[in-house]
Design a protein around this ligand. Structure first.
Ligand code: 0PR
Length: 352
């Protein structure tokens, strides 16, 4: 039996989306290439340089360095790894807000660093006093999130970078989800706004590339040296990635999507998504639900568990925050019609 992939017409909880047609086409063409072996696959290796050049432009980084990772998880793990290698402490620690993605937990497990998780303020942003109080001489890295997974919030990145550097620690920004919408907002989130060292920014989320295409950017090429291992039997002499064989499809589709959409296409997509988020927030509020203000295209609202379950039973792919709120991510495939139909179903449930 041939199984068909999940259709996107009821998916409201994912951070992945329908790839742009040019991204889909490029992915298919480069399906059998491996950027992990640039000596054998030079074309895709050159494409990866193009990807990093555009990602650098998006993230305000002159002379960008980095690579196309398998996703935000790998980029975050590698950022922690760089910081651990640079740190002099015997048991380095990483300070991050409780809003940070669970991939940092994996990084801590694998790399043997301590996580110091600090609270967020009433705006769901890293509490700077708490960060300051947690940083000490063993701190290797301070993490800020630019577009949190649950509420789409942006931490005060410049202040976090300052705290990190005053303690001789590094600063990493997780813009895995937010990186392709934030350029069109007033937030200070990137290399041009603050003295940050590394960033996760994923083409396979808001960038409309095919999965897997994550991005790791570093302020300076030398930071990648912390990750490099020798590769004796390859034509290239070292490898900085966490995975070995990698998807050329991800790399090629990222370049295709970014060349097509940066900046105009992403700008209009952001406007559409943000409008949808505000429309949805408004519709939920009018029905008496309490809504977390969608400062980026992500809506959270309190909804009774039974209503949530009934909507899932109707086929809506929705998810919940750690505290149980309904969470809807207004990705490019999420249209106003979909949201209207979702609200229609919600109204029907309420009548009964
Ligand atoms: N950083 C942030 C801020 C994220 O939101 C995520 C993923 C990551 C890092 C990790 O990225 P990768 O999953 O690419 O390694 N956040 C989503 C989440 O955990 C991932 C996701 C994507 C979940 C698609 C469901 C889904 O259908 O909720």
């Amino acid at each position: 039996m041939q199984r068909e992939p999940q259709a996107f017409d009821r998916v409201l909880s994912s951070m992945c989306t329908e790839p742009h047609p040019v991204a889909r086409e490029a992915a298919e063409r480069f399906l059998a290439t491996n950027p992990g072996d640039p000596g054998t696959y030079p074309t895709v290796a050159a494409l990866e340089d193009d990807a990093i050049a555009i990602l650098g432009e998006i993230a305000g980084l002159e002379d960008p360095a980095g690579y196309v990772a398998s996703g935000g998880t790998e980029a975050n793990i590698q950022a922690v790894r760089i910081a651990r290698e640079r740190a002099e402490a015997k048991r380095p620690n990483v300070v991050m807000p409780e809003s940070a993605h669970f991939s940092f937990q994996k990084a801590a497990d694998v790399l043997g660093v301590d996580l110091r998780i600090v609270p967020v303020d009433e705006q769901y942003r890293a509490d700077l006093e708490a960060v300051r109080a947690s940083v000490d001489s063993d701190t290797a890295l301070v993490v800020g999130v630019a577009g949190t997974t649950e509420y789409g919030r942006v931490d005060p990145i410049p202040a976090l970078a300052e705290i990190a550097h005053s303690a001789d620690a590094m600063c990493h920004v997780d813009a895995a989800w937010g990186g392709f919408v934030l350029p069109f907002t007033d937030y200070d989130w990137h290399f041009g706004h603050a003295d940050i060292d590394s960033m996760a920014i994923d083409p396979h989320k808001m960038g409309q590339a095919a999965v897997p295409a994550g991005g790791l950017l570093v302020r300076d090429e030398s930071l990648l040296d912390e990750l490099a291992v020798d590769t004796p039997y390859l034509e290239s002499t070292s490898q900085a990635t966490l995975t070995g064989t990698r998807s050329g499809a991800g790399v090629a589709s990222a370049v295709a999507a970014m060349e097509e959409l940066w900046p105009g296409g992403y700008r209009s997509q952001y406007a559409r998504s943000q409008n949808n988020a505000e429309w949805l927030a408004d519709a939920l509020e009018k029905r008496g639900y309490s809504v977390v203000d969608p400062t980026l295209p992500l809506v959270a609202a309190t909804l009774p568990r039974s209503t949530f379950d009934a909507l899932r039973a109707k086929g809506w792919r929705i998810s919940r925050t750690a505290t149980g709120e309904l969470r809807i991510v207004c990705m490019p495939h999420v249209t106003r019609e979909m949201l209207a139909s979702f609200i229609g179903d919600l109204d029907q449930l309420e009548v009964r």
